[in-house]
Ligand binder design. Structure first.
Ligand SMILES: [Zn+2]
Length: 497
């Protein structure tokens, strides 16, 4: 088979401070920069990405992937119309150039909102269908945080979702998408589909598959697949998106309508039964620091804090400083926080040099209401160029280019400053500046869940902290206007309208 392969990722938090413009896709950061043609294969090789898993599986089975375009930007507010139209334009141009492909595989996120569209992926698939017609098999892999729309289901032949959060199975999902395509073409028994939307939003930190209830839900999903002879996916959705189809959903594919309906109903029932369990203890910054200092002392192990409300992986800019202030004010000696995304402070540190001391204005520069830089004297402990390769299970193989970095110390607290926005989900982000996270009593991370893949094994405890930021763990604080009626904003909480 000759299989056209492309990808376009964005997870849109419509409440976040900054938009994703074309530069957000063309500048390399945690993932490769926008790439096209043969460069797509080189740029994504060896990385835990869906496209990589699909291409490897297809080639191993003797098929030929044909590259289109692949692009990703860090989660943020909407994708600009210019960025969307440029990348989709390239995608369709490249697809039109391929003569009679046997199938199309797209590596999409599934939660893209643009300046001009509520459903970026649905519109992309509609344009693909206009170009290639209804006959070409179109298989899409999607993130566990997709907000799946009826259009995405209707316009594709298969939606195949991640089953882990932290997403350690991105490449595996790509490989599974290839097996889906193979089964569809060889056995022809995945032609019926079912789609169920779940009527409550799941907080990001509660969807982690290393803890309950998501752990058991995804385990059971595999059993339901085997019992019903179907392919199943469950997306937890991405809650901070004020769109009509925001929220979790179930999709099923199988040999007949009764089988897929039964399988989808069974999985939907599992999720509904777990609603009350999708909640977890959230600490204020002050409570968190007090708890962590004491717990680290008792356990003699690292206490890891998730500064979830400023998670760049959920649209934050990674520059709020509420938790940093609490660590400094409460004298959490030995603690380290990262990554604070602040190119200005990184440049200042490089200007001062290692061992230099200066007056810094740390973070708080995104223009979020109520946020301001944290003015403090700090020592430049170590400098770096932000180029290193990740080794943890989530970012495995990712060749980071985070720009000038610096390890600063204020009071007894250290902070890892980087120039380009990336989620703190890999220990190499600290080691590149000489910090071994396991040696620290407290490690505070701008991440919601992905960090757990690499940091949970060294942690005496992991706690979730609600320091000020644009990604509230409590969705009741978000002003939804477009969400469809009948959706509960929190598990067991009040309705959207
Ligand atoms: Zn995700």
């Amino acid at each position: 088979m000759r299989i056209a392969v492309g990808g376009f990722h964005h997870e849109t938090n419509t409440f976040a401070p900054s938009k994703a413009d074309l530069a957000a896709f063309t500048t390399p950061g945690g993932w490769p920069a926008l790439c096209r043609g043969e460069q797509l294969f080189a740029a994504t090789a060896g990385i835990n990405l869906p496209v990589t898993g699909f291409v490897e599986a297809a080639r191993a089975a003797g098929h030929t992937p044909l590259p289109l375009v692949w692009g990703n930007a860090t989660p943020s507010n909407v994708v600009t119309e210019e960025a969307y139209e440029t990348i989709v334009g390239q995608m369709l141009e490249d697809l039109a150039r391929i003569e009679a492909p046997d199938a199309l595989y797209l590596d999409l996120h599934g939660a893209m909102v643009t300046e001009h569209l509520e459903d970026g992926e649905g519109e992309l698939l509609a344009r693909v269908r206009t170009l290639v017609g209804d006959k070409l098999p179109v298989i899409v892999s999607f993130d566990l945080h997709a907000n799946i729309t009826p259009e995405m289901v209707a316009l594709s032949d298969g939606l195949v979702g991640f089953r882990t959060y932290p997403h350690v199975d991105m490449a595996a999902t790509g490989a599974r998408s290839f097996r889906f395509l193979k089964r569809l073409l060889e056995q022809g028994d995945l032609t019926h589909k079912a789609f169920r939307q779940i009527p409550f939003l799941i907080p990001l930190t509660a969807g982690c598959t290393m803890i309950e209830p998501a752990k058991s839900l995804y385990n059971h999903l595999g059993k339901l697949e085997r019992a019903h002879g179907c392919e199943l996916s469950f997306a937890c959705g991405f809650a901070p998106a004020d769109i009509y189809h925001c929220g979790p959903a179930v999709v099923a594919y199988g040999p007949n309508q009764a089988a897929v309906d039964d399988a989808a109903d069974a999985l939907e029932a599992d999720v509904l039964a777990a609603e009350a369990a999708f909640g977890s203890r959230i600490y204020s910054p002050e409570e968190a620091v007090t708890f962590a200092k004491e717990e680290a002392r008792i356990l003699g192990k690292t206490i890891v804090m998730a500064d979830t409300q400023d998670n760049p992986g959920a649209g934050g800019n990674g520059d709020t400083n509420g938790l940093l202030r609490a660590l400094v004010e409460r004298q959490a000696s030995g603690a380290v926080l990262g990554l604070l995304i602040d190119p200005e402070s990184a440049a200042q540190a490089h200007h001062l040099g290692e061992g230099g001391v200066g007056r810094f204005r740390l973070g708080g520069k995104s223009g979020l209401p109520g946020h301001a830089p944290f003015e403090t004297d700090a020592l430049v402990v170590k400098l770096g160029d932000g180029a290193f390769t990740c080794t943890g299970p989530f970012y495995e193989g990712a060749r980071m280019q985070l720009g000038p970095m610096a390890l600063l110390q204020t009071g007894g607290v250290q902070v890892v400053v980087a120039s380009r926005k990336t989620q703190a989900a890999d220990q190499e982000m600290f080691r590149c500046l000489g910090v071994e996270p396991a040696d620290r009593p407290i490690v505070a991370l701008k991440s919601s869940v992905h960090f757990r893949a690499h940091f949970q094994p060294i942690a005496g405890a992991v706690i979730v902290v609600a320091a000020p930021g644009p990604n509230p763990v409590d969705h009741l604080k978000l002003d939804y206007k477009r969400l469809r009626p009948g959706v509960r904003l929190m598990p067991g909480g009040p309705l959207s309208a």
